[in-house]
Design a protein around this ligand. Structure first.
Ligand code: BLA
Length: 509
């Protein structure tokens, strides 16, 4: 077993969370060899099957389970395709006892891994249920409503006190973009957390195994026996249903006052876009069947989200082309508009959201909204001339362009520069404010009485402080789509500026 005691806040991303060697006590685990001999069992087997690990290890499976159950399990195992495939069976009798089980079966190394939980027996019309949930999602107009509805539906399915839609940014940090919760427990909506709250190996795992539940943060993990096989290897629990979770994360949940947690991956274009993150303030374990429906809903939600995002990009770029045409048309009839920063800011920030716009044209600086003072702008232009010859340039951290940009009194942190002539260099520059300034902190809704062994770091407030440090001097980044739009605008603006200078020189002759 990996020694989790050696893991601390400095090396979380190296904690081998897939081989911690134990499961949660809400079910049991059996690992079989390729010829269906019991190789490993969880220490709590007796409680569910009336036989201890020592009674079954080394025995063929037909001495442990009913023939009918083995038949079903073999059929399902034959269906396993690809490295991350898991089959599920519901309401199966495993022994002569009356208890029925919900079962997940998958392959790990050379083993067939069987995990089982007592069944809830709550068979509903799953297809009808998911279909009507999706219909409600499809009625949502904008993305914010779509997220809120997603959170509401998941909450209706699993009954947790709080269900959040947690979206990752490109730097791995995250934001709670929607929330459905029981009244009176405080809100997490709009809060940000640093990437380190969900370390890299956990994210990789969450793209392979989409749902995890931590049914009770106080539960004592149940070891798998034996921990190491003849080759000295622990059982890889990456695809496990019952895997016990990282003690660091358990401490985080306890510090938040959370009794049970569940999260379901939201994948868009094959990447981890975010999670449905659910908290309950006492232990809670929705049935495996319920969890499976929730996972299915989340997959449908993810597909809908993927197509909405795609559509949004197409629409955004179409609108930008319209704006660019509009700009061309307006300036053609009134060239002074190009020297009017308020007009430019208004039209450009409709295409690319920004807090201020500065225009540098033939050595003159005109500005609108939140922009740096002239001397700083002049330095920006010099740096742009040196770095970004003739191309659209964007950064969420002006500090990478100018050494002491954090001294800017105005709080601008990001810029997107559109060169609008060749020589001398003229620019339209869109500025974005520092992200931290635009984010609020709603107070710590669950201030713990005392912290766990790693101190206060593992709390939402400290997480937020850490996130703030990481994003200091940074703005909301410019997206790939916004950069494409900026290219369109560059082409238009260059055309306009060229024509104006041609006309000016024609007049002079
Ligand atoms: C896992 N951290 C997680 C998970 C979430 C979060 C959702 C997935 C497991 C689950 O379902 O509970 C984080 N939960 C959040 C955040 C919110 C939330 C941000 O509700 C916001 C509202 N965690 C830390 C630090 C470390 C850490 C500092 O805060 C390490 C240094 C570790 N988090 C950590 C680990 C896991 C984790 C190791 C994996 C747990 C596992 O799957 O075994």
């Amino acid at each position: 077993m990996a020694d989790s005691r050696t893991v601390d806040l400095t090396n979380c991303d190296r904690e081998p969370i897939h081989i911690l060697g134990s499961i949660q006590p809400v079910g049991f685990l059996l690992a079989l060899t390729a010829d269906w001999m019991v190789a490993r069992a969880s220490a709590n087997l007796d409680q569910y099957l009336g036989q201890a690990p020592a009674d079954v290890i080394g025995k063929p499976i037909h001495e442990v389970l009913l023939p009918g159950a083995i038949h079903e399990l073999r059929n399902r195992t034959a269906l396993l395709r690809g490295p991350d495939s898991v089959e599920r069976l519901f309401g199966i009798r495993l022994t002569e006892a009356d208890t029925r089980f919900d079962i997940a079966v998958h392959l790990s190394g050379g083993n067939v891994v069987i995990e089982a939980e007592p069944t809830s027996g709550e068979h509903g019309d799953v297809t009808g249920m998911v279909r009507s949930m999706i219909a409600r999602l499809d009625q949502c107009g904008d993305l914010a409503t779509f997220f809120r509805e997603g959170a509401r539906q998941v909450r209706a399915l699993v009954g947790f006190d709080r269900v959040m839609v947690y979206r990752f940014a490109t730097d791995g940090s995250g934001e709670v973009v929607a929330e459905a919760c029981k009244p009176g427990i405080g809100r997490f909506l709009g809060l940000h957390y640093p990437a380190s709250d969900i370390p890299a190996q956990a994210r990789i795992l969450y793209t392979r195994n989409l749902l995890r539940v931590i049914a009770d943060v106080d539960a004592v993990p149940v070891p798998i026996e034996p921990q190491l096989d003849a080759a000295g290897e622990p059982l890889d629990l990456s695809l496990s249903l019952l895997r016990s979770v990282s003690p660091i994360h358990i401490e985080y949940l306890k510090n938040m006052g959370v009794g049970a947690s569940m999260s379901i991956s939201i994948l868009v274009d094959g990447k981890l876009w975010g999670l449905f993150a659910c908290h309950h303030y006492s232990p809670r374990c929705p049935s495996f069947e319920r969890r499976s429906v929730t996972e299915l809903f989340s997959q449908m939600f993810s597909m809908r989200l993927e197509s909405r995002e795609r559509q949004q990009t197409v629409e955004f770029e179409r609108r930008a082309r319209d704006i660019s045409d509009q700009l061309l048309g307006a300036v053609a009839s009134d060239e002074t508009l190009l020297r009017d920063p308020d007009w430019l800011a208004d039209i450009l920030t409709h295409a690319i959201p920004a807090d201020g716009v500065g225009v540098w044209l033939a050595g003159n600086y005109a500005f609108s909204g939140i922009t740096p003072p002239t001397e700083d702008f002049r330095r920006i232009v010099r740096a742009l001339n040196a770095t970004a010859a003739g191309k659209v340039y964007a950064t969420d951290h002006i500090g990478t362009l100018i050494a002491d940009a954090e001294k800017f009194a105005d709080g601008t942190a990001g810029l997107l520069a559109i060169p609008i002539s060749r020589s001398p260099r003229d620019y339209v520059v869109l500025f974005r404010s520092e992200l931290v300034r635009s984010v609020r902190w709603a107070g710590d809704p669950h201030k713990p009485v005392e912290y766990g062994p790693n101190g206060p770091r593992l709390t939402p407030r400290e997480s937020f402080e850490e996130w703030k440090e990481l994003v200091r001097g940074r703005s909301q980044p410019f997206t790939a789509s916004e950069l494409r739009v900026a290219e369109t605008l560059r082409a238009t603006l260059i055309e306009v500026v060229l024509r104006l200078s041609d006309e000016a020189s024609a007049e002079r002759q």
